[in-house]
Design a protein around this ligand. Structure first.
Ligand SMILES: *Cc1c(COP(=O)(O)O)cnc(C)c1O
Length: 232
């Protein structure tokens, strides 16, 4: 039975428990943070997942996220922006989110940093998104420009460089996928020697989070596996 079908029989709380148990059973050394990807899902389901102990939520679309954040402002949710970033949206993103996991160019990093400094809040936690599969139309910095972007983010006073994020090409075979997760882990280990604030390797979604964790992910972003199939 596909994941999509098997999860339909369970309640939200049971799906979250089952994901947590599966992660536990992998017995990896590092902690793994579960980010519930709540794009297209209503605020009521986010509140329900929060009651089940999930505190990190990921959103892709700014307007949609702002509405839900306003509805849920009584809850101490840790909000991640995980979608593509337009430069005219950086000010609001920097004010309204705790993390931005999808920084992929210098201009965006600098704008987020300036806006965050103006907001008077503590530095914004940032992951650099890497286009690990070298897809033409995909977000993410190319590997050869990654060291330079990491350097730039590390110099931004409004940002704290927390790590790397990637979304491998969904058409890859399991073997190729594993190789790309390994490549991300290598970059993570290499850059971490230089930037001690780095503690997060965000990779793995509903279909591949187990493999990602076994290859070193410290953060997984799960949408469908928690909330069910998204409506278009
Ligand atoms: C939608 C999305 C996810 C979650 O995908 P699922 O397959 O539903 O788990 C994770 N990360 C990013 C960046 C996304 O846009």
């Amino acid at each position: 039975m596909s994941i999509q079908h098997s999860i339909l029989q369970l309640t939200l709380g049971q799906r979250i428990d089952s994901i947590r148990n599966t992660i536990q059973e992998l017995k990896v050394d590092n902690e793994v943070t579960l980010v519930a990807v709540s794009k297209t899902q209503p605020a009521s389901l986010i509140a329900e997942a929060f009651q089940e102990g999930v505190t990190h939520f990921g959103e892709n679309y700014l307007q949609e996220a702002l509405t839900k954040q306003n509805t849920l402002k009584h809850l101490p949710i840790i909000w991640h922006f995980i979608g593509p970033i337009q430069s005219n949206k950086t000010a609001l993103i920097a004010q309204q989110f705790d993390w931005v996991d999808s920084v992929d160019r210098q201009k965006i990093a600098q704008r987020l940093s300036e806006a965050r400094l103006l907001s008077g809040k503590t530095p914004l936690s940032v992951c650099i998104q890497v286009n690990i599969s070298h897809e033409l139309s995909k977000s993410g910095v190319d590997e050869k420009e990654l060291p330079q972007l990491a350097h730039c983010v590390s110099l931004c006073r409004g940002l704290q460089l927390r790590g790397l994020m990637a979304i491998p090409d969904p058409r890859l075979s399991d073997t190729e996928l594993r190789m790309q997760f390994r490549k991300m882990k290598d970059w993570f280990d290499q850059l971490r020697q230089q930037y001690s604030s780095m503690d997060t390797l965000s990779m793995g979604m509903t279909q591949d989070y187990l493999m990602a964790i076994s290859e070193g992910a410290t953060q997984v972003r799960v949408g469908t596996g928690i909330f069910g199939v998204r409506e278009k």
